[in-house]
Structure formats: structure tokens, C-alpha cells
Write a protein that binds this ligand. Structure first.
Ligand code: SF4
Ligand code: FES
Length: 251
């Protein structure tokens, strides 16, 4: 069984998008090692409510690494120090007794803070909407299944489709670029026959929206790939660039 540990939490508190924020310090005592990081914040919030104080606002939904909502910057890493895991999959056993753990929201012009640790990631929805639907008629389910797709291609498309739209790639990037996210969304469709037809147009539209919304450019630092909880590869960015060039040549 995991040991109980005591530690200090330094949490970013900010009352609203235009308010000035600051860190507040909380002491956590005897927290079992198998407590998840979000459960730790639940425990802290219960303490704060009992003391008549404002609980900490943070985003979460599935708590299973699926929804991408738990966008916390823990000890200088988006989603914390664990590799290939979201904040909700981070456990207190990763830390040592007496540690100070710093918790911040995503820091990016594209994701303004709503309150405390919650940011507005609406920009990702807008980029995805700019990509549009797969508008070719794919027919019923048996027709789609009758199109043979080589296994390596199907697997690459599935790996790209693993992106949960959490925004850790933007938070990790010194340029605040959303290229890894956009490349995953473009790749999951451009690799398959049904989505390939509109791949170039989709890449151009999504990149234009990304620029319009104030995300930065990619300078290949690979910080996004290192911090992505779904291990999305930057080889998808190369594919996105190829699709974009195709669109430009068509123009
Ligand atoms: S590419 Fe990775 S880090 Fe970026 S939004 Fe998708 S899952 Fe999150
Ligand atoms: S709460 Fe859904 S991925 Fe963490």
C-alpha cells in the first residue's frame, strides 16, 4: 500500500479574467499515496468550504484521461511530471513527503483564465469547426468497411485520433503554438480515404483560424510532443505542412 505523505500546495488563485492573480499556500496533511491529484484538490476544497472560504475552481469531467478537461500545470509541466498521463491520472505517490507542489492554469494568450485554474479553451472548438465535416458521401457502414486500409496507415490515423484536445501542447510551447493539436486533427482524417479528399483545404482553413486566434508558430522545439499526454508525434506536423503546401499550390 502507498504511504501517506504531507506536502505544501502553492495554487494560483484568480477571481476573474481581468483580475490580478497570485499564489496561495495550503498545507496538506497525511494524504494517501493512491489519492489522485484531482481528489487532492477535492480534499482541499472541502477544507476551504468548512473554513467558509472560496473553493478552488478547476476543470474536470471524465477523470479517466479521456475528456482533456483537467488542464493543470503542475511543477512546471502541463499535466504534471508523469509521462503519457493527464492530471487526473497523476497520483500523490509521484511526490515526496515535505515537497512543495506548484499548481497553475495553462499559460497562453489563446486560453484566457476564467477563474483560478480554469481556462477558456473555446479557441480549440473554433479551430476544429473551421476544419469542417467530411463532406463526401461515404455510404452506409458496410460500404465504409469494404474499403481496405493498410494496417500501418489505420494505426497512424488512430494514433492521431488519440488527441483529446487538452491544450497541453500549447501550454508547453514557448511560442504558444497549437500546431500539434491541429496536425493531429488534420492527420486523423487526411490519412484515410474518406478524409483525404479535403485534407489540403482542411489544413489551410484550420491553420488560418489558428493564426487568427493568436496562437504562435512552430519552431520545432518538440516541447509539445514531450508533454502530450497521448504521445501524439510531431511527424503529424510534417503531414500538416505537406497538406498546407498542397492547398497553396492549388490556389
Ligand atoms: S496533441 Fe496532445 S497535448 Fe495537444 S491537445 Fe492533443 S492530446 Fe493534448
Ligand atoms: S478529467 Fe478528463 S482527461 Fe482528466
Amino acid at each position: 500500500m502507498d504511504k501517506n505523505i504531507s506536502f505544501t500546495l502553492k495554487v494560483w488563485r484568480q477571481r476573474g479574467p481581468k483580475e490580478k492573480g497570485a499564489f496561495e499556500t495550503y498545507q496538506m496533511k497525511d494524504i494517501p499515496g493512491d489519492t489522485s491529484f484531482l481528489e487532492t484538490l477535492d480534499i482541499l476544497n472541502e477544507q476551504l468550504i468548512n473554513e467558509g472560504k472560496e473553493p478552488i475552481v478547476f476543470d474536470h469531467d471524465c477523470r479517466e484521461g479521456i475528456c482533456g478537461m483537467c488542464s493543470l500545470y503542475v511543477n512546471g509541466h502541463p499535466h504534471g511530471p508523469a509521462t503519457g498521463a493527464t492530471t487526473c491520472q497523476l497520483y500523490i505517490r509521484r511526490f515526496k513527503d515535505g515537497d512543495t507542489i506548484t499548481v497553475e492554469p495553462w499559460r497562453s494568450a489563446g486560453f484566457p483564465v476564467i477563474r483560478d485554474l480554469m481556462v477558456d479553451r473555446n479557441a480549440f472548438d473554433k479551430i476544429q469547426q473551421a476544419g469542417g465535416y467530411v463532406s463526401i458521401n461515404t455510404g452506409g457502414i458496410p460500404d465504409a468497411n469494404s474499403i481496405a486500409i493498410p494496417k500501418p496507415i489505420a494505426e497512424e490515423a488512430m494514433d492521431a485520433a488519440a488527441c483529446i484536445g487538452c491544450g497541453a501542447c500549447v501550454a508547453a510551447c514557448k511560442n504558444g503554438s497549437a500546431m500539434l493539436f491541429v496536425s493531429a486533427k488534420v492527420s486523423q482524417l487526411a490519412l484515410l480515404p474518406q478524409g483525404k479528399v479535403e485534407g489540403a483545404r482542411r489544413a489551410k482553413a484550420m491553420l488560418a483560424k489558428m493564426d487568427e486566434l493568436g496562437f504562435g508558430n512552430c519552431t520545432n522545439t518538440r516541447a509539445c510532443e514531450a508533454e502530450c499526454p497521448k504521445c501524439v508525434s510531431i511527424s503529424n506536423i510534417a503531414r500538416l505542412n505537406r497538406e498546407f503546401i498542397k492547398a497553396k499550390l492549388k490556389d
